[in-house]
Design a protein around this ligand. Structure first.
Ligand code: MV4
Length: 500
């Protein structure tokens, strides 16, 4: 059944990303927005837009009844949830179904099974995917848990069944610490998720985080769209992703892709999806979890395959069969994504405020998925991501050079950004050589040599160098107030003057 009108139940860059494809597919669109988003750009790109009130997410983008009320009133036959918010909410998918509205995602029971990390682990075992050794089911009794941890060998990780993405994880290094950590993990899981179930896994040292993108239709066809390397993270949040990974051999890529599809088949997965793995030093891979939504970093896969993942999601939801087979797919060139957050590059704390001056980089092979414009406000209410800067080029080296050029070209004033952090990573020998893992930020960034702060001379030099660095990069991030009067950007003039 062709969908005629789709409500986009999200905000920001991903709402824009989805609205664009729907417009290209000649499908009518409806946007919803909160009171905090009245001036946001995304809902101007929809055919119709409705303020559903509220400032917090709970009152707006997470409010199932309100979202469905707008969908029904406007005659929508489909809902695209984007990522975050209601995208992995079984109840929401169920209620859409009840109202006869197509939820663009997997079936409710699939969302539920894969959202439960123990059940996902069991499904992976059934489908014969390699997993880190540990418990099969959830573990209640302390003595039993301790025995398993001893058998597996320390260090181990205690993970929350209802967790995921690193939430509710505890590393235990020795038997003495185990009992205390086990209790802490359970009570923290209960407080965070209302579910105190936990499981145990052998802790893998220095792994790389690599995920496989899959597409599965409702006719039993599935393909894998290769991998994304996501090891550059801080506080379990990805900052730089790339495709393909510089460490996978064609054989390993095929094995992991086929593993991901076996898991999908086992549970009857439909929609785009991501199967996450860790890879250890010996190039052995271990299943981690499945994300049943479109992911933030999906553009790098689009760039190397030439496929529009949102279009594929819509076609699958309409009941169309995939119009490609695995042998049609090949990796073209290399793509890198940098997430540009409004935050302090030193401590990764949000840097909120108005953005009086904003110019995105441009040119061949550059894509910016963003939702802000000159004068936008980065608020405390939502994720402080400003944009996703994505580049494509034929080789990894050229893609890195292109990204560095694009980062240099970016002009953002009023807030601090992760641009300096991204530049640090892209210029680092470990990144350039491809020899890095999930501890990159800890090993190289947080432990990097900084000027002696007690030394006044050094401090002055650091301030001056930071200032000149900003000037050099055409940035006016030192300014917290508008620099633009009468259409003439004084910050720009000043920088030009100082440069010569
Ligand atoms: C692990 C692990 C080591 N061993 N599991 C973090 C996110 C969540 N999806 C699982 N995570 C990890 N699971 C075992 N058995 C290390 C991590 C981990 C990590 C994984 C990917 C990217 C960054 C990370 C940072 C710290 C820990």
């Amino acid at each position: 059944m062709k969908l005629k009108k789709i409500l986009v139940a999200n905000r920001g860059e991903i709402a824009i990303r989805v609205l664009r494809t729907l417009r290209e597919m000649k499908i009518k669109t409806v946007a919803i927005f909160s009171e905090a988003d009245q001036d946001s750009r995304f809902h101007r790109l929809a055919d119709e837009a409705y303020c559903i009130g509220g400032i917090t997410s709970r009152e707006s983008y997470l409010n199932i009844d309100k979202v469905l009320e707008v969908a029904k009133k406007t005659g929508c036959d489909g809902i695209h949830p984007g990522y975050g918010f209601l995208s992995e909410n079984e109840q929401f998918a169920k209620q859409c179904q009840k109202e006869g509205i197509v939820f663009i995602g997997p079936k409710p029971h699939v969302i539920k099974s894969l959202g439960d990390k123990i059940e996902a682990r069991k499904i992976a075992i059934q489908a014969e995917l390699p997993i880190a050794s540990g418990t099969e089911g959830s573990i209640e009794a302390l003595e039993e848990a301790r025995e398993i941890a001893k058998n597996v060998g320390f260090p181990v990780l205690i993970k929350a069944t209802a967790g995921g993405g690193g939430k509710g994880m505890k590393r235990v290094d020795s038997e003495e610490d185990f009992d205390r950590m086990f209790q802490t993990a359970k009570s923290e899981a209960l407080a965070a998720f209302g579910d105190d179930r936990v499981y145990i896994e052998k802790y893998l040292e220095n792994p790389r985080h690599i995920e496989i993108q899959i597409l599965c239709d409702q006719h039993g066809n599935g393909v894998y769209l290769f991998e994304r390397e996501c090891s550059i993270q801080r506080r379990h949040q990805k900052v730089i992703e790339e495709a393909p990974s510089s460490v996978l051999t064609p054989e390993l890529r095929k094995q992991m892709g086929e593993s991901a599809l076996r898991l999908a088949k086992e549970i009857g997965y439909t929609n785009a999806g991501t199967v996450e793995f860790l890879i250890d030093k010996n190039m052995k891979y271990y299943f981690l979890e499945v994300n049943t939504r479109l992911q933030v970093e999906h553009p790098v896969t689009e760039m190397i395959t030439g496929l529009d993942l949102v279009r594929e999601q819509v076609r699958i939801a309409e009941g169309e069969a995939l119009d490609m087979s695995q042998s049609d797919l090949k990796i073209n060139g290399h793509s890198i994504e940098c997430r540009i957050y409004a935050e302090d590059s030193e401590n990764f704390l949000p840097s909120i405020g108005k953005v009086p001056h904003y110019v995105e980089p441009n040119g061949f092979g550059i894509r910016t998925d963003s939702a802000i414009e000159q004068g936008s406000e980065i608020s405390i209410y939502y994720d402080p991501m400003i944009s996703k800067l994505v580049v494509w080029d034929w080789s990894r080296q050229q893609a890195i050079n292109k990204m560095l050029r694009a980062l240099q070209e970016y002009e953002i004033s009023g807030v601090d950004t992760t641009i300096p952090f991204c530049e640090f990573v892209l210029e680092h020998e470990a990144f350039k050589s491809g020899k890095f893992d999930t501890h990159f930020v800890q090993n190289y960034y947080l432990n990097r040599e900084k000027p002696e702060s007690s030394d006044e001379k050094n401090q002055a030099a650091a301030v001056l160098s930071a200032f000149l660095h900003n000037i050099e990069r055409n940035k006016v991030s030192v300014e917290k107030t508008p620099v633009n009067t009468n259409g003439i950007n004084q910050g720009w003039e000043k920088r030009k003057f100082l440069r010569y």
